[in-house]
Ligand binder design. Structure first.
Ligand SMILES: Cc1cc2nc3c(=O)[nH]c(=O)nc-3n(C[C@H](O)[C@H](O)[C@H](O)COP(=O)(O)OP(=O)(O)OC[C@H]3O[C@@H](n4cnc5c(N)ncnc54)[C@H](O)[C@@H]3O)c2cc1C
Length: 480
């Protein structure tokens, strides 16, 4: 049995590891376009900031570790065409030579590409790029280009276009490096994956660390600055009221989302779904015989929404593992995503899982969202932090549909969102969350865990008429 994976990131490597784990006799080849298999691209911002001191430290496993599992790595090798009837993959190797690789089962893990927004100066023959200090950020190659700009030109200022989680992490990273950062976002608030009430808290944290935040600001043009101007590049934008906004910067980062890299599979005849991602069933099978796909290149099965596109590293790992097992004849299913995610912004963290109010309405639920606050541990013990919550539940059934959290980076925001993710995964009601037997000691928690206090605030408020909530219900610390 010869298994071939295309892509050496979270999905492709997870598939290869699982296949080798299940069948040490399986012949597993991983075709990777670059020389950086199994790198944690999620860690790029922390290498750029200097907190991770060497790019090699971002490797989940070294090349030697991977080879020791028995997989064979074909680095700097680009998959060009899949011949489905012949079960052959045409690749171009490091020396440019073409080769046909036969397979019994193929797993496509080609991931995502940075989305290119319609901004003048980013396309065409005279497009600005890394040599001008204008960067995208997705691969290790992009990272090295950013680092060259930082180390060779010592930029004093940066404009980050986009205030999603990667844009925010990079605002944090570049500020740590000493750059003056302006963040431009066309939507009305930063971190649009959470409600504006929490986005506003994220914005406050950015501002507190000196980041200039310009929301409702649509970038239209990036151009080379004129000789004599104080920076290399000029960014022109339009504010929500129509006013012209322009900033000069030495470095520009365009981080406005990703699109699935599904072209190879599509050319072979795979069916595409949401946002042009490869359609797969929950066993990660494409419509093509003996061809599986996983990760950012495929549609996402969501436990509450059905099919969507939600590219995340956690999901890519799980899907890759399922694909690797099923390619060997297994019958594993990807259990579905809830879009659980967390981001650190300087000293704070924001997280979400499940659905927000408008998403729940669109999915046919009858939601109510109740804001509340609680302490991460007993306030009498030093170092406690207030956590801001938004609990979304279904009015008819009391089912927990979503949770959003904002609080100090040491307030266990990530693990607290995971309580809700687990509860939603298992279809629990909000009342039942309040019944969970969770741990407590004053320096680390409260007799009622913060998420349970949020659950109780929801139950209290949703039992009243008219719900919509006047403002955060601050729940006093319980005795204990
Ligand atoms: C800066 C940053 C921070 C992130 N932070 C987080 C986070 O905190 N949490 C989280 O859950 N997710 C995070 N993500 C998202 C996460 O990294 C991705 O969801 C995940 O890497 C997807 O893995 P993948 O294997 O599907 O695709 P990718 O990582 O996109 O990898 C695709 C692979 O396919 C290869 N490839 C593509 N085309 C070909 C071809 N034709 N031939 C051969 N090889 C090919 C590429 O070289 C690469 O190896 C972050 C992403 C970035 C960029």
């Amino acid at each position: 049995m010869h298994l071939v994976m295309i892509g050496g990131s979270d999905a492709g490597i997870s598939a290869a590891l699982r296949a080798r784990e299940l069948d040490p006799a399986a012949d597993v080849s991983v075709v990777v376009a670059d020389a950086y298999p199994n790198f944690s691209i999620c860690g790029i911002p922390y290498y750029v900031s200097g907190e991770v001191t060497h790019w090699r430290n971002l490797a989940h496993r070294t090349i030697a570790d991977l080879r020791a599992t028995g997989m064979s790595l074909r680095l700097d090798t680009v998959a060009q065409r899949i011949d489905v009837p012949a079960r052959k993959l045409l690749v171009t190797g490091p020396d440019g030579a073409e080769e046909l690789i036969g397979y019994d089962k193929l797993i496509v893990g080609t991931g995502a590409m940075p989305a290119m927004p319609p901004i003048g100066g980013l396309g065409g023959p005279d497009a600005l790029g890394a040599a001008d200090g204008v960067h995208l950020l997705h691969s290790m190659g992009d990272t090295f280009a950013v680092m060259r700009t930082l180390e060779d030109t010592a930029p004093a200022s940066a404009v980050i276009i986009g205030a999603g989680y990667i844009g925010l992490e990079m605002a944090d990273a570049l500020t740590i490096r000493g750059l003056r950062v302006t963040q431009m976002e066309q939507l009305p608030e930063v971190l649009p994956t959470v409600d504006p009430a929490l986005g506003a808290l994220v914005r406050d944290e950015l501002a507190a660390h000196g980041v200039e935040v310009l929301t409702g600001t649509t970038v239209q043009q990036i151009s080379r600055a004129h000789a004599g101007q104080a920076a290399r590049v000029r960014v022109d934008a339009q504010a929500a009221d129509g006013a012209a906004v322009s900033r000069l910067a030495d470095l520009v980062l365009v981080v406005t989302g990703v699109r699935p890299e599904s072209r190879l599979a599509a050319a072979a005849g795979a069916t595409l779904g949401v946002r042009g991602a490869i359609s797969v069933d929950t066993g990660m099978r494409t419509a093509l015989p003996d061809v599986y796909a996983a990760g950012d290149c495929v549609i996402t099965h969501h436990r509450l929404l059905g099919q969507t596109y939600l590219p995340l590293g956690t999901t890519a790992h799980k899907q890759g593992r399922v694909a690797g097992e099923n390619a060997l004849g297994g019958d594993r299913e990807f259990a579905g995503s809830l879009g659980t995610q967390v981001v650190k912004i300087f000293d704070q963290a924001a997280a979400r899982t499940g659905l927000r109010d408008h998403e729940a309405t669109a999915a046919g639920f009858d939601p109510v969202t109740v804001p509340s606050q609680a302490d991460d541990h007993k306030a009498y013990y030093p170092g406690s932090h207030r956590i801001t919550m938004r609990v979304t539940g279904d009015k008819q059934t009391g089912r927990l549909l979503g949770l959003q959290l904002f609080g100090h980076r040491h307030a266990e925001i990530a693990k607290r969102i995971d309580i809700a993710a687990t509860a939603i995964f298992h279809g629990m009601t909000i009342d039942a969350v309040s019944d969970l037997d969770l741990s407590y000691t004053p320096p680390l928690g409260s007799p009622w865990e913060a998420v349970q206090m949020g659950a109780q605030a929801w139950t209290r408020q949703s039992s009243m008429a008219g719900i919509s909530g006047p403002g955060p219900a601050i729940i006093p610390s319980q005795a204990g």
